[in-house]
Design a binder for this molecule. Structure first.
Ligand SMILES: CC(C)(COP(=O)(O)OP(=O)(O)OC[C@H]1O[C@@H](n2cnc3c(N)ncnc32)[C@H](O)[C@@H]1OP(=O)(O)O)[C@@H](O)C(=O)NCCC(=O)NCCS
Length: 174
């Protein structure tokens, strides 16, 4: 399967909307079924320069997205990540390709030292993927999200860039 990873475009809005409103994508994220294509188009068109977003394309179809949002001020060395792969394309390595691209951007082009994200504790594929890229569990927010009629906790996971000053300092304080 040929997968192309490239920056998101406004023309991707429809495909991204379709992906975001699929059951497993909604289950694993904070998306809601009433999301409109227009809202997605606006988000892409008005993306702030603190936001970086790649999509995965297979046979000309957008089937995955990963975004990184850099923090400001004294947390400017940090960024938050969110991602998803279309329900019909999960478990085929596309999430791995997207994560490779965003980690490369963060480590080698933006000079970030800390990546962070939130994930539902029962989202095994996601937690496994994040651990594989060096994310570790740092905490748990109890009943932090409402999902399909019940509250769910979220895990906070973080990755300090190997060899960075932040990683050296965190190791020293362990
Ligand atoms: C989480 C997600 C982005 C991963 O993308 P993906 O393309 O499926 O990921 P990959 O195929 O590269 O790898 C995922 C890992 O989960 C495993 N996996 C895939 N489907 C699985 C399943 N149904 N149950 C358990 N493990 C599964 C893969 O074998 C792989 O394991 P490994 O890291 O030990 O090799 C994707 O499943 C998804 O979009 N889920 C719905 C939305 C979501 O949860 N987003 C993340 C929010 S924090």
């Amino acid at each position: 399967m040929d997968v192309i990873i490239r920056p998101v475009r406004v023309e991707d809005a429809e495909a991204i909307h379709e992906m975001r409103t699929r059951p497993r994508c909604m289950w694993g994220t904070l998306q809601i079924p009433s999301l409109t294509v227009e809202q997605v188009r606006k988000q892409i068109a008005e993306m702030p320069d603190t936001m970086h977003s790649f999509v995965a394309e297979v046979d000309g179809r957008v089937v995955g997205q990963i975004s990184l949002h850099t923090r400001r001020g004294r947390s400017a060395h940090c960024a938050e990540i969110g991602m998803m792969v279309h329900d019909d394309y999960q478990g085929r390595g596309i999430g791995t390709r997207l994560m490779e691209a965003i980690v490369d951007l963060a480590d080698r082009w933006l000079g970030l030292q800390r990546l962070e994200l939130e994930v539902y504790p029962d989202n095994e594929p996601a937690v496994r993927l994040y651990r594989r890229f060096g994310f570790v569990e740092e905490g748990r927010r109890r009943a932090a999200a409402w999902r399909g009629g019940a509250f769910t906790d979220t895990l906070i996971m973080g990755r300090l860039r190997p060899g960075s000053e932040a990683a050296a300092q965190a190791e020293g304080s362990d």
